[in-house]
Write a protein that binds this ligand. Sequence first.
Ligand SMILES: [Zn+2]
Length: 320
Amino acid sequence: MESSDMKLQPELRRSDIWFDDGNLVIQAGDQLFRVYKGMLTSISPVFKDLFLVAVPSSEDPEMIDGCPVIRVPDPSDEFHSLMKVLFQWGSFPDEADSPSIITVAGILKMSQKYMAHDIRSKAYSYLEHQFPSQYNHFLERYEADTYTPFTTNCLIRVANVARETNTLVILPAVLFLLCALPMDDILKQAFESSSEGVTLLPANFIAILKGRPRLSHFARKNIYSSSFFNKEIAGCHAISRCRSLNSLWAEAAEQMDGWINPFECHILSPIQNARCSICSMKAVDEMWDGRKKMWHIMPSIFDLPGWDEMRRLSQTLDDF
Ligand SMILES: [Zn+2]
């Protein structure tokens, strides 16, 4: 009955997930979702329990358009992501449909919270594909000509969700990409909320602050040591030319804040071609070998458990 309906507070708004024949209104943040109770209980035991205790049974329950209203404490954008999968897309979208990474991160968080197993598993696979734990997969994405950098906001959202959901296995790739941003950007995002209201979680900020110099140190020592330490390579055909080129390269590669990107291949190329064939070959071998080793120890660089342990943790979550 219209007269007994809860007054729609001005700050509340109907989301685009609103079915005129829905039988339940859920409020998350400032958004309202009119949906089907039976459908939610069929995919999530948490919704089932929630409705048992939360659906009003008093004589004068809060109602909107004749539907009982329940409130959930989730951020509206994240809850919206889950409702979108269930009620708009009908299933988790294929990569061809390119759901935004931020949306998928929201789906991962909400599907884990509401124990919607299938959806969570697909959201996790999608993010793991974008932020691989396998070295070869990471290289395929990062070194591909088609690689488009993620926005800072996107990386922060994914890093935060990975931490909040304990889906740690995607964190090394995300944290690495955050480390590769200019330090000014990192500091800005750590302390100032962006237009989307997102800041780095302290655990992720600390991981970046500690990991960035560790990555640079590893890169200097194990990936580009022939240039940084200007080693004389056995069999070099042009010792003085190769050495001066090494110095030039090291000077160009190191940024003011000491950051050395272990995956920036292009800074090596011009000088690589100018050095003698023996030095070039040694430098390239060292670079690929060092990168592989670095990937292996990447979790420890960010104070995370080992790769296998993180994969096991993700699997455990899949089994909830
Ligand atoms: Zn040489």
